[in-house]
Write a protein that binds this ligand. Structure first.
Ligand code: COA
Length: 178
């Protein structure tokens, strides 16, 4: 299904009521490092102190209303050529191609915003097939399985690692993927 009106923009304090609908849902936060938001106050603090100052975090919006996020964390020092991407959206929008669209938009924006970025990488829990599919559809390359790689919500997880290189953009655009 084509979702049509997906946009990315910085978070705003006025997103709080929409934000809590998805950031307060365990189904959404289960596979990411965010703690599930449990009150409006907590949501406001998180938007003000974490989302807005974040170097590259966008609200995934439909008709300008926040339904999720996509974030890019740049590494530093000698590893500045590398960044990690993460995302999530409200469960009621799953399976409509929205995150794939948002990730494709983010890839184009991020390589424009950081011209010296060489590698954008993503990690998905081995059981998170939807996330892996998003990355495949957005033109990322699966590189392998990282066994017992990280603790996530108290569990040691196997992760699948994917990457998208700056040089992959031309191919993705030619293939009409981006
Ligand atoms: C992962 C997540 C972002 C996917 O978002 P989405 O908007 O539903 O993604 P899309 O609709 O663009 O694509 C999902 C794809 O996964 C597929 N999929 C979903 N569940 C699946 C499963 N259990 N097994 C195999 N494929 C699955 C869908 O069929 C679709 O592929 P298709 O277009 O080829 O049919 C969403 O489920 C989410 O927010 N989850 C919680 C947060 C999270 O896990 N973030 C990623 C952390 S690595």
């Amino acid at each position: 299904m084509d979702s049509g009106t997906v946009t990315l923009r910085p978070f705003r304090v006025s997103d709080v009521d929409d934000f809590i609908l998805w950031a307060g849902d365990d189904q959404v936060t289960r596979n990411i490092r965010w703690k599930t938001i449990t009150s409006k106050e907590e949501a406001l603090t998180f938007i003000k102190e974490v989302c807005i100052p974040h170097p590259w975090r966008r609200s995934i919006c439909i008709d300008d209303r926040s339904i999720g996020f996509v974030s890019v964390y740049r590494w530093s020092g000698n590893e500045i050529c590398k960044a990690d991407i993460a995302y999530g959206i409200a469960a009621k929008y799953w399976g409509q191609g929205i995150t794939t669209k948002a990730v494709k938009m983010a890839v184009l924006e991020v390589f424009k915003d950081f011209p010296d970025l060489v590698r954008l990488q993503a990690f998905a829990a081995v059981e998170n097939k939807a996330s892996q599919r998003v990355l495949e559809k957005a033109g990322f390359t699966k590189e392998g399985l990282l066994r017992k790689y990280t603790f996530l919500k108290g569990q040691l997880k196997d992760l699948v690692i994917y990457s998208f290189l700056s040089t992959d953009i031309t191919v993705a655009v030619d293939d009409k993927l981006l």
